[in-house]
Design a protein around this ligand. Structure first.
Ligand code: 13P
Ligand code: SF4
Length: 303
């Protein structure tokens, strides 16, 4: 499959971008692996004709927003995101209209239509900086992740009205299990993604985007880490730190629900087929795309 992917990439002048929540073999095969912010920067800067985005739909959509003339394809069109789905554009529009004069900050995990109704986009890597860039006298709406929103309120001291959305993976991590693991592995450091609930974040030694969590492991001397995010990130942590130990935090019902069911729809087999047929193409209404580009560019200019 790796040989076929290489040939097809050359044939179509394609680049493969992958998120850290993809299966290890997909991360290893990709031309670039990153968090949402790094991937949107990479998508904006590529000179490839085709972008195969191994991630979820809103990520591929973001690549299309910044690259209207390129073909952006995704291995599985059904790879959605519960956070993005928690903000249907019609309801979001009504919500925004209820708060005239507010600055609308939207987390990148949302649809192009929601981006088009926003003033500025943020990712988990820059949410704090984006909110701090807004003049103090301005009121703020933050969507769609209420947990990331709460975290940013705590970090910046800014009062924000929050949309009531959440990530189905991060909201069900078990605090009970985290406390038990901490007691069992006394020296382990807890690393958490800000999409987690406050009850998880309050136990964390470090909170950050997927890239920031990996960087933290690389830059600290600890030997054991409890990881409170999708366990796909552990692949890079382990690869870059073979001597260290990583314990994925389980969900509260003991299932494998800490794996994002959307991200995991992408497989090597689907990647080969998508690249061969150049199907599963992301298309966007041009007026929506143009409107969505403005808040995205505003983010990319700040951070
Ligand atoms: P990052 O931007 O931190 O990679 O997060 C993406 C995401 O979907 C987290 O659930
Ligand atoms: Fe969306 Fe959560 Fe999956 Fe990230 S982990 S893509 S926020 S459902």
């Amino acid at each position: 499959m790796l040989e076929t992917i290489k040939e097809l990439k050359e044939k179509h002048n394609a680049v493969i971008l992958a998120h850290y929540y993809q299966e290890p073999e997909i991360q290893d095969m990709a031309d670039f692996v990153g968090d949402s912010l790094e991937l949107s920067r990479k998508a904006a800067g590529t000179d490839a004709d085709v972008i195969l985005f191994c991630g979820v739909h809103f990520m591929a959509e973001t690549a299309k927003i910044v690259n209207p003339r390129k073909k952006v394809i995704i291995p599985d069109m059904d790879a959605g995101c519960s956070l993005a789905d928690s903000a249907p554009p019609e309801l979001f529009k009504k919500w925004v209209e209820k708060y005239p004069g507010y600055v609308v900050v939207s987390y990148i995990n949302c649809s192009a239509e929601v981006k088009a109704l926003s003033d500025i986009i943020c990712t988990s890597a820059n949410a704090k900086k984006v909110v701090e860039s807004i003049p103090k006298d301005k009121k703020i709406l933050f969507a769609p992740d209420r947990f990331l929103g709460k975290y940013v309120i705590k970090e910046t001291g800014r009062d924000m009205v929050l949309w009531n959305g959440s990530c189905q993976v991060h909201e069900i991590f078990s605090e009970r299990e985290l406390v038990r693991l901490k007691a069992e592995h006394e020296k382990a450091k807890v690393l958490a993604h800000p999409e987690c609930e406050e009850s998880i974040l309050m136990h964390a030694d470090f909170i950050g985007s997927t890239s920031a969590l990996i960087k933290n492991v690389n830059e600290t001397d600890d030997q054991k880490y409890i990881i409170a995010t999708e366990p796909g990130v552990i692949h890079q942590m382990q690869k870059q730190n073979p001597g260290k130990e990583f314990i994925p935090l389980p969900s509260n019902d003991g299932c494998a629900c800490n794996e994002c069911p959307h991200m995991r729809l992408n497989t090597m087999e689907k990647i080969v087929e998508t690249l061969r047929n150049l199907d599963n193409e992301i298309t966007l209404d041009e007026s929506v795309r143009a409107k969505a580009l403005k808040p995205l560019n505003r983010m990319l200019e700040i951070v």
